[in-house]
Design a protein. Structure first.
Length: 122
C-alpha cells in the first residue's frame, strides 16, 4: 500500500516591523538614479505611521520630514542657480539627503528610535 504524500506545513513568513520603514528608506534613495519612487515612499510613510510602534513612528516622521525639507532645500538651491550659488547648493542638498537617509537606516537596523525626527539638519 502506498502512503499519501502530505506536504510539510507552509513556512510562516518572518514578520519584521522594520520591513516597511526599510523599504521606504530604499525608495527614498532610489530617486537619485530613478525619479519618482520617493513619492511612493512618502505615501507609504504617511499610511504606516499611525499603526506603527512608537520607536518606528519616529522613523516615519523622519522620512516624511526628510522628503519635505529636502524638496524645500532642493527648490531653494535650484532657484539660487540664477545667482550661481545654487550650482554648489544642489550637490550639497543631494549629499544632505543621502546622509540623512543613511543615518535613519543605520538606526533602523539597530532597532533604535530616531532621537530627533523633527530636525531640519542631519
Amino acid at each position: 500500500m502506498s502512503e499519501i504524500y502530505t506536504p510539510p506545513p507552509a513556512a510562516r513568513p518572518i514578520s519584521d516591523p522594520r520591513q516597511t520603514a526599510l523599504i521606504i528608506y530604499i525608495l527614498m534613495l532610489v530617486p537619485i538614479v530613478i525619479p519618482i519612487t520617493h513619492i511612493v515612499g512618502l505615501v507609504m510613510a504617511y499610511v504606516s505611521r499611525d499603526t506603527a510602534p512608537d520607536w518606528l513612528k519616529t522613523h516615519y516622521t523622519y522620512q516624511i520630514r526628510t522628503f519635505w525639507i529636502g524638496l524645500l532645500y532642493f527648490c531653494a538651491a535650484v532657484v539660487s542657480c540664477v545667482i550661481l550659488v545654487g550650482i554648489l547648493l544642489v550637490p550639497a542638498v543631494i549629499v544632505w539627503y543621502i546622509v540623512r537617509c543613511a543615518l535613519g537606516l543605520s538606526r533602523l537596523m539597530r532597532e533604535e528610535a530616531y532621537p530627533t525626527p523633527e530636525s531640519w539638519t542631519v
